[in-house]
Design a protein around this ligand. Structure first.
Ligand code: FAD
Length: 429
């Protein structure tokens, strides 16, 4: 394998804005912990409504999953519609699916209104079937989504798949034209700029260590560099949720996901591999997702190692992902990998997003690989609610389970077992 940059390609395409200089104020209306899509979407809504907002970020703006992801702005949730209906009932499942569509509209609206130059495009997504049985299930899935959610998907049989993808290993595909793609680092930078323009403050390198109630029923957030008091707190830390908020930490499973990008491909080759420039993922549990970047690199991602990103897991994952990419696209055998990086996904034990309050603090997380749109949406919805203009917050009234038997304190000891379990499941199902 060639040598490559162990760094995030997307960050080479943008100049992320600097945070607010100086010390933390003593008091603000709302403190937001975490400067990713959730926190920044909330900050810009609140600041536009005149609230005094301080975003506290342990690292730099967009440092977390928000700058590291595949930039796929997808319809639906991680759980399939049949499971949603079975678990929550038809009416609730309809609302959830509608929320997923509304979340994409919201991203598009913010991009337009704030003039965020992030290559947002309604290019649609393509799911490709790794087995005949997976393809066979597409028709009932598409029928269910059309009948109950009034949303049309299109099935592509194997003999027509070459119009969609330059790979012959799949058994067919399912297309959703509503999904979109964007450059996530440019999007998160644009959200930060929008929040700053609206009057929010964003303090980088401020790690919240703990949050406690004060005598006047406000909150005090103690960081590595000063403390701030706030009337309301929003926890927007997703897969990086820490001991600062222990009640949430034990409900979030941080799972690594990794990405490689090739050198830029010649236009003709890029077109041959992805003729319609879709956001593509396969039908496995241990799935691969891939797309072209705006400068025609193949971006290829997956859960190659289950543990979050370290030098070791990035190195190992890059090797694995390159091999997997060549199985999908043998034409890329001699193409150089230029970048490899990883990030941490936020999964909850029921694979659902959750929003609500814990110890009187607001939170939203659990996007399970659908956070580009849903984090923007839930961050905005919570902010509207705090500002007194919003209605019910989606996903706030479903049960939020912790680990079975409470066997989890935030250190995911079971990830290797889960990884093995999903590999077996992919083998047998
Ligand atoms: C490799 C990868 C690929 C992905 N691909 C896609 C995709 O294609 N489509 C999609 O929809 N989703 C995808 N996702 C998921 C998506 O990126 C996330 O769901 C989304 O970015 C979550 O946004 P967030 O703002 O909630 O959290 P994050 O962006 O992770 O931000 C959380 C922030 O909180 C900060 N923080 C944590 N603790 C503290 C503390 N104590 N004090 C202060 N700050 C703190 C962290 O430094 C971090 O910057 C992917 C994720 C990864 C990792």
């Amino acid at each position: 394998m060639n040598t490559f940059h162990e760094s995030n390609f997307w960050l080479t395409t943008v100049s992320v804005p600097q945070g607010t200089p100086g010390d933390l104020p003593t008091r603000v209306d709302i403190a937001v912990i975490g400067a990713g899509f959730t926190g920044l979407a909330a900050a810009q809504v609140l600041a536009k409504r005149g609230a005094g907002v301080a975003v506290l970020e342990a690292n730099t703006i967009g440092w977390g999953a928000s700058s590291r992801n595949g930039g796929m702005v997808l319809t639906g949730l991680k759980l399939d519609p049949g499971t949603l209906i079975k678990r929550y009932g038809l009416e609730a499942a309809k609302r959830m699916y509608a929320n997923s569509l509304a979340s994409i509209d919201l991203v598009e609206q913010i991009v337009l209104e704030e003039k965020i130059d992030c290559s947002f495009s309604r290019c649609g997504h393509l799911e490709v079937a790794c087995k005949q049985s997976h393809f066979d299930s597409y028709s009932s899935s598409a029928e269910l989504i059309a009948r109950e959610f009034h949303h049309e998907l299109r099935i592509i049989p194997r003999n027509q798949l070459s119009t969609e993808i330059g790979s012959s290993i799949y058994f067919g595909g399912l297309i959703d034209e509503t999904s979109a793609g964007l450059n996530p680092a440019r999007y998160v930078a644009g959200l930060a700029q929008a929040a700053l323009r609206a009057g929010a403050t964003i303090y980088e390198n401020r790690r919240a260590f703990h949050v406690h109630r004060t005598a006047d029923r406000a909150f005090e957030i103690v960081t590595n560099r000063g403390a701030v008091r706030a009337r309301e707190v929003l926890i927007a830390t997703s897969g990086y949720t820490s001991a600062a908020t222990p009640s949430l930490r034990k409900k979030v499973i941080p799972i690594g996901s990794f990405i490689v990008t090739t050198e830029p491909l010649p236009e003709s080759l890029a077109h041959e591999l992805s003729p319609r420039n879709r956001m593509i993922y396969d039908s496995k549990h241990y799935l691969h997702y891939y797309r072209l970047t705006p400068d025609n690199r193949m971006l290829f991602g997956g859960r190659a190692a289950f543990f979050p990103e370290t030098k070791n897991t990035v190195q190992q994952s890059a090797e694995i992902l390159r091999g997997d990419m060549i199985k999908v696209f043998p034409r890329l055998k001699d193409v150089r990998i230029e970048f490899a990086w990883g990030g941490t996904l936020d999964f909850c034990f029921d694979t659902m997003p959750h929003a609500g309050q814990t110890n009187s603090m607001h939170y939203a997380l659990g996007y399970a690989g659908h956070g580009v749109a849903m984090a923007t949406y839930l961050g905005s919805k919570i902010a509207e609610r705090i500002a007194g203009v919003g209605g019910e917050i989606p996903f706030s009234n479903i049960p939020f389970p912790g680990a079975p038997l409470g066997l989890y304190n935030g250190k995911p000891w079971f990830l290797p077992l889960a990884g093995a379990y999903y590999k077996v499941l992919d083998w047998i199902s």
